[in-house]
Every structure is written in C-alpha cells, then in structure tokens.
Design a protein around this ligand. Structure first.
Ligand SMILES: NC(=O)c1ccc[n+]([C@@H]2O[C@H](COP(=O)([O-])OP(=O)(O)OC[C@H]3O[C@@H](n4cnc5c(N)ncnc54)[C@H](OP(=O)(O)O)[C@@H]3O)[C@@H](O)[C@H]2O)c1
Length: 243
C-alpha cells in the first residue's frame, strides 16, 4: 500500500494497536489520521499524546452509528483514502455463562458487522485506495477461552480474501494485518501483560507494507497463516491444553 499522502480512518485508534498505527502513519510524509472509539476520554488522551489526530466519538457496533460516521467523513473528510478496520473486543466466556449469547452478539457486531458494513459504506461513499483489516493468529487456531472472538477473526480473515478480489474492480487494495498476542488492554486490563509490546509488530507492519505485502504477519502468525492440519492441530493442543 502507499504509505504517504493518505487520509486514514482507524476505528478503535485511541489505544493499543490502532493508536500505534496512527502514530506511525503520522511519522510518514503527508498523512492525516482520524481515529474513532466509544470513550471520549480515551480519544482526548490520544489527542493529548498526538495533537495532529482528528478524533470522533463513534460506537461502530450499530448500523446507525456506522452510517452517521461515514456520512460525516463524506462531508468533512471526503478525501479519506484508507479505512483501517481495527476496533475489536475480546470476550473471555463459555456457553454455560448466563450472558453468553448477549456478549457473543456484541462481539459479532463489533468484530464482524462493523468491518463488513464500514467497508461497504466507505467503498460507496468515498474514494478509497486501501482497506486494512486487523485479524489475528486466533483466526487460524481458536483459543477456547475466547471462542466467539476466535471465530470472528476467522470470519474476517475469510472475508478479507474475498473482498481483496472483489475490490480490485474499484482499484482498491485490501490488506490484512495478522497480529499475534501483543501487550494491550484487549479483553480487559492485565490479560495481555505477558505478551510482547506493540512496537515490534508496528515496525514489522511498516517493513512489510513498504515491501508491497498485502498479508502482514509477525512472529508465529507467519507460519500459522500458511499452515496445514499437521501444524494447526498441535498448535491447538499447545494453546488450549498446554501440551
Ligand atoms: N492485542 C492482541 O493480542 C491482539 C492480537 C491479535 C489481534 N488483535 C486485534 O487488534 C485490534 C485492536 O486491539 P488492541 O489489542 O489494540 O486492543 P485495545 O487497545 O482494546 O483496542 C481496541 C480498540 O477498539 C475500540 N472499540 C471497541 N469497541 C468499539 C466500538 N464498538 N466502536 C468503536 N471503537 C471500539 C476501543 O475503544 P473504546 O473502548 O473507547 O471504544 C479500543 O480503542 C482488535 O481488532 C484486536 O482483535 C489484538
């Protein structure tokens, strides 16, 4: 993808991977970055740290909010050229929990419906050059403590492959970022403290994007994204049973 001269919307860009991508895009020439999220205070904090950011409170879990967000972009930032579908939640749960289905629906709305719908709306209402979808190594090997999360990422991986073909007609490039576990607040504070920092992943993302890659991996997600059952079955055992 072209790394400069873009106006970029990053959903969920006030924290974690989205914020680190925003910071790095702003270091390249002539980029402008818009980030959205649900929490006004997280957006204000991001803006204090990166004053060049444009911020917008938006909860992408509802169709109405997604439509409002893209209407606002089309009117105030019609030159938006990159959509980064980064916002995501991760629910640690099991089907025996009382609120399992309600939480599953919330996860589906944010992790699946939002990237599908925002891609459609932005393709129709803006002159996009690139869509970037953030999936996960768990798209390839489900972690049973986050069963719906893992499935949402498998969905988004599959949809990304199809969208890459479909969007060619509109001359739009579709990129997939496949992070491994990284130290962010995903799933709740502390759950990812054991994981490596986001910075190494971001360096790898920009190296690979500069090299023209459309599927960006890091550490073990390189192998997982290409693996067959002989690798995936033992990886499932290690992840879920510690073997
Ligand atoms: N960290 C990892 O280990 C890891 C590994 C693989 C993939 N990923 C993926 O990377 C992406 C970013 O996650 P992260 O690790 O950086 O965690 P994070 O810091 O929790 O970031 C998630 C962001 O999404 C925003 N968000 C959540 N629901 C939203 C909604 N309904 N509308 C708008 N924004 C929403 C959050 O802001 P608000 O709460 O203010 O809305 C937050 O800024 C996710 O898609 C995640 O699945 C992460």
């Amino acid at each position: 993808m072209q790394l400069n001269g873009n106006k970029i919307l990053i959903t969920g860009g006030a924290t974690g991977i989205g914020f680190a991508l925003a910071e790095r895009f702003l270091r390249e020439d002539d980029n402008q970055v818009i980030v959205c999220g649900r929490r006004a205070e997280a957006l204000a904090d991001a803006r204090r740290r990166l004053p060049a950011l444009v911020t917008r409170v938006s909860d992408v879990s509802t169709a109405a909010a997604r439509e409002e967000l893209v209407r606002w972009l089309a009117s105030e930032h019609p030159d938006t050229s990159v959509l980064v579908n980064n916002a995501g939640i991760q629910n640690w749960m099991t089907p025996s929990d009382d609120d399992f289905f309600a939480r599953a629906r919330q996860e589906l709305a944010i992790n699946v419906e939002a990237p599908l719908h925002l891609s459609e709306l932005c393709l129709k209402q803006l002159r996009l050059r690139t869509i970037v979808n953030v999936t996960s190594g768990l798209a390839f090997v489900p972690f049973v403590k986050v069963p719906v999360y893992s499935a949402t990422k498998a969905f988004l991986h599959s949809f990304t492959l199809a969208l890459r073909e479909l969007a060619k007609a509109a001359d739009v490039e579709v990129v997939e970022l496949i992070p491994p576990a990284l130290n962010t607040d995903l799933g709740g504070k502390g759950l990812h403290d054991h994981a490596p920092p986001v910075s190494g992943f971001i360096d790898a993302v920009f190296e690979q994007l500069e090299a023209g890659k459309v599927t960006v991996t890091y550490a073990h997600t390189e192998g997982l994204s290409r693996a067959g059952e002989d690798v995936l079955a033992p990886a499932f055992e290690r992840l879920n049973r510690g073997r």
